[in-house]
Write a protein that binds this ligand. Structure first.
Ligand code: SAM
Length: 128
């Protein structure tokens, strides 16, 4: 109720800015979130591949918007190697994302960017 009434999150109330802005200058916290999301991707993405691989049939290019450190695409590209993959996230996340063959890391803001790709993949975005 408090979030709905005040129109901001508990995180913002405590730290003065939303978690993604906070992380840009608190890289330990950013890395903690990236590592946690990587763990999630390692569980969820194989399930997507096993359960609905037809989603990727014929796909030539794909961007993972808010893709974190690229774990999701690192897994997908090993199975669907014909897809041109772009991992898109904020600059402080992309700057430390590990390189991976077949995945291009691009930094930017998803609210002001246009993606010239066939498929936009979005797994877990939250405003905190
Ligand atoms: C909860 S994590 C999800 C990471 C990944 N999609 C996953 O599910 O494993 C949210 C991600 O959104 C990114 N993000 C937040 N605001 C963004 C924006 N305006 N443009 C691009 N990425 C953003 C954060 O840096 C973070 O990596």
């Amino acid at each position: 109720d408090r979030v709905l009434v005040n129109r901001n999150s508990s995180f913002k109330k405590v730290y003065g800015e939303d978690v993604w802005r906070y992380d840009a200058s608190n890289l330990d916290h950013s890395n903690l979130i990236n590592d946690a999301m990587s763990c999630d991707a390692r569980v969820v993405v194989p399930v997507i591949i096993k359960g609905c691989s037809e989603l990727f049939d014929g796909v030539k290019s794909m961007v993972d918007v808010d893709g974190g450190n690229g774990t999701t695409l690192n897994i997908l590209v090993k199975v669907f190697s014909e897809i041109l993959d772009i991992n898109f996230d904020l600059a402080h996340v992309i700057d430390v994302a590990p390189k991976c063959d077949g995945v291009e890391h691009v930094a930017g803001n998803m609210f002001t960017s246009v993606f010239k790709v066939a498929v936009v993949f979005l797994k877990v975005y939250c405003y905190v």
